[in-house]
Design a binder for this molecule. Structure first.
Ligand SMILES: [Ca+2]
Ligand SMILES: [Ca+2]
Length: 364
């Protein structure tokens, strides 16, 4: 009897090891820094936010909310000597200032996401977003910061402060306009993540998305058509404390899928993410990542950028650098990051984002 009991125990352990070898228990990573890329020409189309590759295996329900603060200024090329300017050196004619402005605003953006398991290794969800554009409480601080450190103000210093205005000149018939403070409902994202392969070290997933045109077409809120996207996600643990995140997706603007009701003819978007996560304790991660998203449009508006030959406004990809922290608790996590476009300067001038994610239900 003794022998049989021990035999059963040994067989159990052996079975456990064999199963463990062939059916690896998943490594749950909370994924890269998650968030919407908030650049006016980009944001009317779907953008993959940085889903965790393992989220298809996660059997819990998630509620997530994220807030973003950003300050943006981009002007069209002009010679300040040719313009009528006030004693403060700024353009004194409002109409002329508008004509020379591509984007000038401060914004608070909030989104909410609900996601749930669907099938054995797949989860689905929905994200709603609200944009609040206003003048610019921090315009003087941001200009002052540039001046103190001798950084170029990118002609901010010639424009009146505290404006909320957008007008994106382009050759693809895409309208993105806003004049004055605005609260805009964004497009609604429906998404899924299918974790199709995993081992103790690596996780592979496919994400899909449809974006419904709930935002007002012609504004920074939306494009008026259903966008569709597909993305490959990869995570790999590098030793005990580091995780590599790599994602590549493509988004087809709805204008190309279902026929444009107007003249808009955007390009298909390529969206890449490469990041490293450092789990410096069991609960805390430091994450650094870059996102490269190609532009939906072309333009003949010249851009002053010393590193690229004959660049045009909004044509170059966004090259965002995001640095952030994540704190993981039992049933929720908090994330904060700073974002700046370090290379092409196509992304927001400065962006800070905070998110809270709460989960309930079964772990696996
Ligand atoms: Ca859209
Ligand atoms: Ca401003």
């Amino acid at each position: 009897m003794m022998f049989r009991a021990e035999g059963c125990q040994s067989a159990g352990i052996l079975l456990f090891l064999v199963l463990g070898f062939f059916f690896h228990f998943p490594v749950f990573s909370s994924g890269p820094l998650q968030g919407k890329l908030l650049d006016a020409p980009q944001q009317i189309y779907y953008s993959f936010p940085g889903f965790p590759a393992a989220s298809g295996l996660d059997r819990s329900f998630h509620l997530r909310t994220q807030a973003y603060y950003l300050n943006e200024f981009r002007g069209y090329a002009f010679d300040p000597e040719d313009e009528v300017r006030g004693s403060d050196g700024r353009l004194s004619d409002d109409d002329r200032a508008r004509e020379l402005t591509a984007m000038d605003y401060e914004a608070l953006v909030v989104d909410g996401t609900f996601s749930f398991p669907w099938g054995t290794d797949h989860r689905c969800g929905i994200t709603l977003r609200l944009y609040g554009y206003y003048g610019g409480l921090f315009d003087p601080v941001i200009e002052g910061f540039h001046s103190i450190f001798g950084l170029p103000n990118a002609s901010r210093e010639y424009f009146p402060q505290g404006r909320a205005y957008t007008s994106i000149n382009n050759d693809r018939g895409i309208t993105i306009e806003m004049d004055g403070p605005s609260v805009l409902f964004g497009d609604t994202e429906i998404f899924g993540v299918w974790t199709f392969a995993h081992s103790p070290c690596t996780t592979w997933a496919l994400a899909w998305a449809l974006e419904l045109p709930t935002g007002i077409s012609g504004t920074p809120g939306g494009n008026g058509h259903i966008d569709a996207g597909l993305q490959l996600l990869y995570e790999r643990s590098l030793g005990e404390s580091f995780i590599l995140h790599a994602q590549q997706g493509f988004v087809v603007p709805g204008e190309l899928l279902f026929g444009s009701s107007g003249s808009a003819d955007p390009f298909i978007l390529s969206q890449s993410l490469l990041g490293l996560e450092w789990l410096f304790t069991d609960d805390w991660s430091f994450l650094g990542q870059t996102r490269i998203h190609t532009s939906p449009l072309s333009s003949s508006a010249p851009l002053n950028h010393s590193m690229f030959p004959d660049p045009k406004q909004f044509e170059m990809p966004v090259t965002s650098l995001q640095l952030g922290l994540r704190r993981t608790f039992d049933t929720w996590n908090l994330q904060i990051y700073l974002e700046q476009d370090f290379l092409t300067h196509e992304g927001p001038d400065i962006l800070v984002s905070m998110a809270a994610d709460w989960k309930t239900g079964r772990e696996q």
